[in-house]
Design a protein around this ligand. Structure first.
Ligand code: EPZ
Length: 420
């Protein structure tokens, strides 16, 4: 296994290219199961998670060729209907092959994803929504076994106790594209990645309106065709670099980032005193002075994203004063607190709340990555801390950040990858 070694405490400077959005690429790759024709996807980030989806689609009978950030997916004989535990358990995003598979084949058997360090992560909304489309679903030995004689459109309320669900919306929307009649998804996820998926499906010939709002309407069609499509930029990678710039008092320009996908973050950071310049697809962060502590609560989009909560906590750990960070999407998503405290932070967890007493500086230490976004928070902490930080188990990072250490070296960071 690899580790990252960081000599922290210095400001960074330069321009960084933001990669394609992991959380758009995964459901869009799954959506290619809805057609036998060739789909060419551009701006697909080269990550562990997208490689896992390539393996899964190949195991389901697709021919997949990857060339840098372009992925060509075409049929390679009849589709198989079973997504095995060993692939789905390594990446819960695989569960969004269930909707397209059962829509295309009339039956599918997909392993239920496990939980993970950020929470139990149930799939009750996925199953509820798909059943409303006249799909029968049984749970057998840890698998969801789905079948239907004919998909029928319906009105579906997809709100859960934690609000809307991104991948449940994806699963149901994909299945509804081939149903007879209209489907209305009420309390749909509004994330830009769901909007991107809906746009991709529309390019394939699906009839969808309302994407990006809580009510999405789908009119079923007989067939979908192949398409050439470019994935949107990754707003969570962009937000991670903005928070990294603020925490290390750096001057960084992000290329290829959409500011209108990040307004919840830039709004709170501007209020804290961070200055931004915006271009059409560039964001310039010039973090010269200290910020004021600002409290946040995470919500489904357009609220403050839970996927930036850990990274934001690192910034607040370095901002003198008290800030309160509440995660209403994943109330247990605080595994990064213990590791940040080992670096000299002063953070206390109370249920779904982290109370941060900002300190003047952090000190480098040996720490361990635990999940994707907590690992990003630790990299930011290592870059801001005085002295050396070693982060082990960085395969968590490689799931969702393309060439992160290389991009950071391009900004002047002293960071290298070593064998553990
Ligand atoms: C997507 O996961 C993202 N993953 C997550 O990003 C992200 O944190 C999450 O959305 C929330 O924004 C991908 O898109 C691949 P949810 P998803 O269903 O769809 C509860 C990352 O770091 N819920 O929107 O699985 C759930 O427990 C990853 O890139 C139910 O109760 O998340 C959570 O509290 C981590 N029942 C809330 O809803 C369900 O059936 C939101 O989850 C489904 C979800």
């Amino acid at each position: 296994m690899n580790k990252l070694v960081i000599e922290g405490g210095k400001s960074l400077k330069g321009t960084v290219k933001i990669s394609g959005a992991k959380n758009a690429a995964l459901p869009i790759m799954a959506a290619t199961l809805l057609t036998d024709e060739r789909c060419v996807l551009h701006n697909v980030p080269k990550l562990r998670d997208t490689q896992t989806m390539v393996k899964l689609l190949t195991s389901l009978g697709k021919a997949v060729e990857c060339d840098k950030n372009t992925v060509c997916i075409s049929s390679n004989g009849p589709l198989k209907s079973m997504a095995h535990y060993d692939l789905v358990s390594t990446m819960r995003g695989s569960f969004c092959v269930l909707g397209p598979l059962v829509a295309k084949l009339g039956h599918a058997k997909v392993s239920l994803p496990g939980g993970c360090v950020i929470g139990v992560r149930p799939v009750d909304l996925h199953l509820k929504g798909l059943k409303r489309l006249n799909i029968k679903i049984e749970i057998e030995n840890g698998y969801a076994v789905a079948s239907t004689k004919s998909l029928k459109g319906n009105n579906i309320y997809l709100g859960g106790v934690f609000g809307s669900s991104v991948l449940a919306t994806a699963n149901v929307m994909m299945a509804a594209t081939l149903a007879q009649g209209d489907t209305v998804i009420e309390s749909a996820a509004c994330e830009p990645e769901i909007e991107d998926l809906a746009n991709f499906l529309s390019f394939m010939g699906a009839q969808i309106t309302g994407q990006g709002t809580p009510r999405i309407t789908i009119t079923g069609v007989k067939k979908l065709h192949g398409v050439d499509y470019k994935i949107i930029p990754d707003r969570i990678e962009a937000g991670t670099f903005i928070l990294l710039a603020a925490a290390t008092k750096s001057d960084i320009t992000l290329k290829g980032a959409y500011i209108n996908h990040l307004l919840a973050l830039t709004d709170v950071l501007e209020e804290a005193g961070l200055e931004f310049d915006y271009g059409v697809d560039t964001i310039h962060v010039k973090a010269s002075r200290g910020l004021d502590p600002m409290s946040i609560t995470t919500y489904p989009y357009p609220g403050f994203p839970t996927d930036l909560q850990a990274q934001y906590m690192t910034l607040m750990a370095l901002t003198p004063g008290v800030s309160v960070i509440t995660d209403k999407v994943y109330p247990d998503r605080f595994i990064h607190i213990a590791e940040l405290n080992r670096m000299g932070a002063s953070i206390r967890r109370e249920g779904m709340i982290g109370i941060v007493q900002g300190v003047k500086g952090l000190v480098g230490a040996q720490i361990m990555a635990s999940d994707l976004r907590a690992s990003a928070a630790l990299v930011i902490a290592g870059l801001a801390a005085k002295g050396k930080t070693e982060i082990s188990r960085i395969y968590h990072l490689e799931r969702g950040y393309e060439n992160l250490d290389q991009k950071l070296r391009g900004l002047g960071a002293k960071i290298s990858r070593r064998k553990e």
